[in-house]
Each structure stands twice: as structure tokens, then as C-alpha cells.
Design a protein around this ligand. Structure first.
Ligand code: 5GP
Ligand code: ZN
Length: 139
């Protein structure tokens, strides 16, 4: 279902023009307006889902193979050496547009770090306790 005041619904459905890399019945893949690297692409479902927690499972099963296809095309078409798949869920995770999207970000030899974090430390006890909390909450 499309949401009336969602910019990615409008872009995905062609009501607002975009630099489209790929389109089918389910998705439109567009270039990001403020790219992390040349060719940074966003895969948008045409239907509205706030984030991955309510994404339709059939579309979810299609989106990673599509990202792989686009990533391969970035390597052969743009000459990048690799690519990152990034997908933010919730404001705390850096999501700024509340319509599910998967970032496909080309990585070039010698290019800047894009997805990075400082590795933390844990104990075996802490990992055990944390794993149990997640496992117990799975539905
Ligand atoms: P998020 O932070 O929600 O994971 O990513 C949103 C992305 O959408 C950002 O990288 C931002 O540059 C991009 N973006 C926001 N508005 C527009 C727009 O109107 N058109 C395009 N092509 N990209 C957009
Ligand atoms: Zn939307």
C-alpha cells in the first residue's frame, strides 16, 4: 500500500522523477541524492513499509538477490572493487526516510571508510546472557 505523504512512495511509483537504475513491478532502484560514493543506490519497494520489521516477506526474499545484481553491475559498470549493503531501521539507527530502503554503496580502491565501528569487548558470560535475551524474545 502506498502512503500519501511519503517521498519514497512518490519516487518509487514515478510521481517524482529520479535517476533510476532498475525498475520492475515490485521495486525501483535509484541513485542517492547525497551519495556516500559515486553510484550509491537505494532499492525502494513500490509499496510502503516503514522498515524491515514490517517488510513483506516475499519482497524481502527478492531484495537481496536484486542488491547482488546491482552490486555486480556496479563492479563491471563503474569499476568499484566491492560494495556494502546497508539498511537502517529506526531513528536511533540513522534512518531518516521512514520507507524501507536498502543502500547499495560501491567501494573503490583507496576510497574512504564508509561503514565502520570501534570493536567493543565482551565476556563469555555477557555474550551468553545477551544471546539468551534475544533468543527468548524471538517470535
Ligand atoms: P537513511 O538514512 O534513511 O537510511 O537513508 C536515506 C537516504 O535517502 C540518504 O542517503 C539520503 O541522501 C537519501 N535521500 C533522501 N531524500 C532523497 C530524495 O528525495 N531523493 C533521493 N534520490 N535520495 C534521497
Ligand atoms: Zn512510502
Amino acid at each position: 500500500m502506498k502512503s500519501d505523504n511519503c517521498i519514497f512512495c512518490k519516487i518509487a511509483n514515478g510521481e517524482i522523477p529520479s535517476s533510476t537504475v532498475y525498475e520492475d513491478n515490485d521495486f525501483r532502484a535509484i541513485l542517492d541524492l547525497s551519495p556516500a560514493a559515486k553510484g550509491h543506490t537505494l532499492i525502494l519497494p513500490k509499496a510502503h513499509f516503514d522498515d524491515v520489521t514490517n517488510l513483506d516477506e516475499t519482497l524481502g526474499a527478492k531484495v537481496v538477490p536484486l542488491a547482488a545484481r546491482i552490486g555486480r553491475a556496479m563492479k563491471s559498470g563503474l569499476g568499484c572493487a566491492g560494495f556494502n549493503l546497508v539498511q537502517n531501521n529506526g531513528v536511533a539507527a540513522g534512518q531518516t526516510v521512514m520507507h524501507f530502503h536498502l543502500h547499495v554503496i560501491p567501494r573503490y580502491e583507496g576510497g574512504p571508510e564508509i561503514v565502520t565501528w570501534t570493536p567493543g569487548e565482551t565476556t563469555a558470560e555477557d555474550r551468553e546472557e545477551t544471546a539468551k535475551k534475544i533468543a527468548a524474545a524471538l517470535i
